[in-house]
Design a binder for this molecule. Structure first.
Ligand SMILES: Nc1ncnc2c1ncn2[C@@H]1O[C@H](COP(=O)(O)OP(=O)(O)OP(=O)(O)O)[C@@H](O)[C@H]1O
Ligand SMILES: [Mg+2]
Length: 251
């Protein structure tokens, strides 16, 4: 990976940060978080602190609360009780506009099914993230093209998502997530919909990004992804964190 992605990762979490004093503390802090959906308790008494530069993998059976946890950190949802602080911002204190701004500035997100816009070619899918933040179109497209180049798919810039392979789509989604130099990259089963070869490519990408300093919080069913990409494993069952351990990364 060359300079651009490196700069993107290295500047993550530090660039224009009004809370740079925070950078010594955890970048993610969930304290005693509970989340209910009607009668369902999706998360209960969850406390998790993530330091800058860590790669944390959340694992656990279907329905145990993994996506719920990620969505709370992303500011896509609010806890029923407890506190979620990300990059120095207490998300509970932000209104909807504040949360939208927080997501745009601080968070990059990758999903299992890519969530690309079908009507836009790859380049515009990536550039859009910055344009929504007010970056002029030309500048956004230049950076988008650089990122696609870093991820090895510059030649697919004019291709629409449906004509891309799964691995290519996910790389477009990773480029989009990196567009605004996020302090935190969140990934919800990023290899779940990929064949093993495309999955490997996305794993390699996540490892590279983390080695360049990008903080990563990912949800996965795949023990290999966790073993290769994560520095810490968090196991969730029935809405509770039941085990945590540091990972000796495999090659
Ligand atoms: N928006 C919602 N409304 C109602 N219930 C929800 C909502 N989102 C999640 N739940 C419930 O909360 C629990 C946790 O869901 P969550 O999506 O976090 O699980 P998960 O661990 O990500 O599962 P999977 O591995 O299948 O993706 C489940 O019982 C689910 O049905
Ligand atoms: Mg899920």
């Amino acid at each position: 990976m060359t300079a651009t992605a490196a700069e993107s990762a290295e500047s993550a979490g530090t660039a224009e940060s009004p809370e740079s004093a925070e950078s010594t503390g955890p970048i993610v802090r969930l304290d005693n978080v509970r989340k209910e959906f009607g009668d369902t308790t999706a998360l209960d008494r969850v406390t998790l602190h993530i330091r800058q530069g860590e790669a944390v993998a959340v694992m656990g059976p279907s329905g145990c609360g993994k996506s719920t946890l990620l969505n709370l950190v992303a500011g896509l949802d609010r806890p029923s009780s407890g506190q979620v602080v990300v990059h120095g911002e207490d998300l509970g204190a932000l209104n909807e506009t504040g949360l939208a701004l927080f997501r745009r500035r601080r968070i990059g997100m990758i999903f299992q099914f890519f969530n690309l816009i079908d009507d836009l070619p790859a380049l515009d899918n990536v550039a859009l993230a910055a344009q929504l933040s007010g970056v002029p179109a030309g500048q956004a497209r230049r950076r988008a093209l650089e990122l696609l180049g870093e991820l090895g798919i510059a030649d697919r810039k004019n291709t629409y998502p449906q004509q891309l392979s799964g691995g290519e789509r996910q790389r477009v989604a990773v480029a989009r997530a990196l567009m605004n130099r996020p302090a935190l990259l969140l990934a919800d089963e990023p290899t779940g919909a990929l064949d093993s070869r495309s999955g490997e490519q996305v794993m390699d990408l996540l490892i590279d990004l983390n080695q360049l300093g990008q903080t990563l919080l990912m949800v996965t069913h795949d023990p290999r992804l966790a073993a290769r990409c994560a520095s810490r494993l968090v196991e969730v069952a029935d809405g509770r964190i039941v085990a945590e351990r540091a990972v000796e990364r495999t090659a």
